[in-house]
Each structure stands twice: as C-alpha cells, then as structure tokens.
Design a protein around this ligand. Structure first.
Ligand SMILES: Cc1ncc(COP(=O)(O)O)c(C=O)c1O
Length: 368
C-alpha cells in the first residue's frame, strides 16, 4: 500500500464541482487581483477567527513581514521567536531588518516555553512571535503577560493553526496580529500561495492594506514604501468554498489523531500532547522516538508510507543564521525535537484501512 503524507487530490474530488465553479466565476469576471472575492474572504476569515479585520496578502510569509512592518519593527530591533518552526517565522524578522532571538521550546507541545522567554528580553526587544506549531496554540496567557509587562507586541504565527483554539479563543485572535498561510498543504489551503493577517486593530489593518499595494491608498500616490503582496481572486474564491468545510475537516483530523493515539499508545513512542484548554487541529500528526528515528523512517518508506521530519534543523543552527553565533547545545529541546520527531500521514480523507496499515507497520518495526 502507498500512503502519502497528504493527498490533496482526495480533497479536490470532494469539492471539485464547487471549486471549479468558483474559479470559473473569477475567470468570467476577469477581475483577478483583490476585488470582491478577496474582500468577501477577508470578512469570512476574520469572522471565523473571531477578529474584526482580515487583510489578504500573497503568502503567510508576507503576512508576518507586513505585520512586523506595520507594527514598526525595524533595523536594530529584536524579536523573540521559536527555533523549532519553518524558516519563515524568523526570516520575516530578518527581512524587516530586525534580529531574531530564539528561545527554547516545551518538549511536550513543541511550542515556545513561556518560562524561558523573559531571560531573552533586552532593551532592544520589540515583539514576540509565538508559533502555533502543528495546529496547536502556544501557551498564550503567560506569553501575553510577559508582553504586557515589557511592552512588547505579539504577532501570532498561526500559519499551521487556523481554527485551533486556546481557552476558547481562535488562533490568530489573541495577539496584536495573527498571520495565516493558505499554502496548498495547509488545513485551509488555496490553489497557489496566499496568506492573511487577522487583527482587531483597525489602524494596523489599514496600514497593512496600504503596505500590500506599494504603500498607496490612492493609485500612483505613495505615502510609504510598501510592496506588491496582494491575494488573488482565484485563491479567494477557492478558499471561500473550502472555508465552509473547514470545521468538518478539522474534526476529521482530530478523529484520525485519536484513532492513531489509541493504536499507538502502548508503543515506545511519545504521542502528540494536547495542552489543557487547547483544541488541536492536527495540521501534522507528529511522533517522537527516543532513538532510531532514521531506521524507523526508512522502515516506513520501504513499506510505502511517506513520513517527514518537521523540522530536521533548528533555526538557530541553520547556515543562514550562523552570524547570530548560536551553537549546538544552546537550545537543547528544539535540537532534540529535530533529532527525534517524524510526522505520519494525516488528512481528513485518510481511510481507516490506511491508518491500520500505518499503525501495523509501526508495530512491526518495534517487533523487530
Ligand atoms: C509556521 C509557519 N510560518 C510561516 C509559514 C509561511 O507561510 P507561506 O508558505 O504561506 O509563506 C509557514 C508555511 O509554510 C509555516 O508553516
């Protein structure tokens, strides 16, 4: 049996009629960039996330960059973030001229450990970017308290976590701004790149709307230096179709995760940990194995099961961040997570027989 880590064709088969009609509607309108589809999606996604404003941009990375820019983060500033995430969380900080400062993670949730943040704060620190990794929110309450005490902004990297909740509040709605990604593989993915900033701050939303169109609120008049980061209407039309299915899909992901949990719980593996007050959305289902990660992944590959490590190198040890002078051992939990974790296939359309096959093969690995 061949099982890929994600099967977007299975999802397309379910929504084909609606998605095709939505794309055709845009093609027939010949309005491809921003416009009514994007405005409608902005309202719908903001409503879904429990925020007042949504601003569609070209990618999740741009959602982070433009949030940082609009909040005034610049050259010479420091921004604290996780070392165990996709590069974009830190890259955005670097691209506005600031310096990412990495703080270690909680080994159970893989999210930033709030107890370790304060000692990273200096007079240059201006913001914190918590990353809601794998579809589970970071521990926001202590984080918000720290931010308040030190007058720091919070930009939630909710790229992997649309729909996840923490104490009933949706990912992206708890900080000054939330950055969403609509990259195709995300839980709400378009048919190309896309992203959105959600916020309750009108001034911030307005500023980002200007920044995303070359710093202009009136054509050919530019109040500041912006960029081209517009969401296109085809993405918005597809995402509007998909948004209606999102809660059902997230519930299906949770069901798959509990099925895996049940069948894997007696094995020498560390299962995903869900913090109290969190509702996980399982963008990824990640297991930890204390030794033999490579052997396990090769064994599953040979059995036709795709696995992946998210992420194999922590950001503080990436070549591009050598100039920050971190060394191995500085952030031991993030480093251990890179060496010991692997994701197995999870998506709403995954079948019971496929999950049985995956769990049977994992059991077989341990039987030796
Ligand atoms: C945690 C995280 N942050 C940011 C991004 C960037 O999003 P995008 O690929 O839409 O630029 C991603 C996704 O790739 C991500 O997983």
């Amino acid at each position: 049996m061949k099982i890929s880590i994600l099967d977007l064709k299975a999802q397309y088969a379910i929504i084909k009629k609606e998605a095709d009609a939505a794309m055709r509607r845009v093609v027939e309108s010949q309005n491809f960039v921003l416009g009514e589809e994007v405005s409608a999606l902005e309202k719908e996604v903001a409503g879904y996330c429990g925020t007042t404003y949504g601003v569609g941009v070209a990618s999740g990375t741009d959602a982070l960059i433009l949030s940082l820019k609009a909040l005034g983060i610049k050259d010479g500033d420091e921004v604290i973030t996780s070392p165990f995430t996709f590069i974009a969380s830190a890259e955005a900080v670097s691209l506005v001229g600031a310096r990412p400062v990495f703080t270690d993670i909680d080994p159970r949730t893989y999210n930033m450990d709030p107890a370790l943040i304060e000692k990273r704060i200096t007079s240059k620190t201006k913001a914190i970017i918590p990353v809601h990794l794998y579809g589970q929110c970071a521990d926001m309450d202590p984080l918000k308290e720290i931010a308040k005490r030190h007058d720091l902004k919070i930009i939630e990297d909710a790229a992997q976590a649309i729909g996840a909740t923490h104490r009933g509040r949706k990912a992206g709605s708890m900080g000054d701004a939330g950055a969403l990604s609509f990259f195709p593989s995300k839980n709400l993915g378009g048919y190309g790149d896309g992203g959105m900033i959600v916020t309750n701050n009108k001034e911030l939303a307005d500023k980002i709307r200007v920044l995303r169109v070359h710093g202009s609120s009136e054509r050919y008049f530019h109040s500041e230096i912006g960029t081209n980061s517009r969401l296109d209407a085809i993405q918005a039309a597809v995402l509007r179709v998909k948004l209606k299915y999102l809660d059902g899909w997230l519930e299906a992901r949770r069901e798959k995760a509990s099925y895996y949990n049940e069948r894997l719980k007696t094995l020498p593996l560390i299962l995903p940990h869900v913090s109290e007050y969190n509702v996980h959305t399982y963008h990824l289902y990640v297991l930890k194995i204390k030794s033999d990660l490579e052997k396990m992944m090769c064994f599953l590959t040979d059995a036709g099961i795709e696995t992946r490590t998210y992420y194999p190198v922590p950001l503080h040890l990436q070549q591009c961040y050598r100039f920050l002078c971190y060394k191995k051992g500085d952030l031991p939990q993030a480093e251990a997570a890179c060496d010991q974790t692997f994701a197995i296939p999870v998506y709403p359309e995954l079948k019971k027989e496929q999950m049985d096959y995956v769990t049977e093969k994992i059991k077989e690995f341990f039987r030796g």
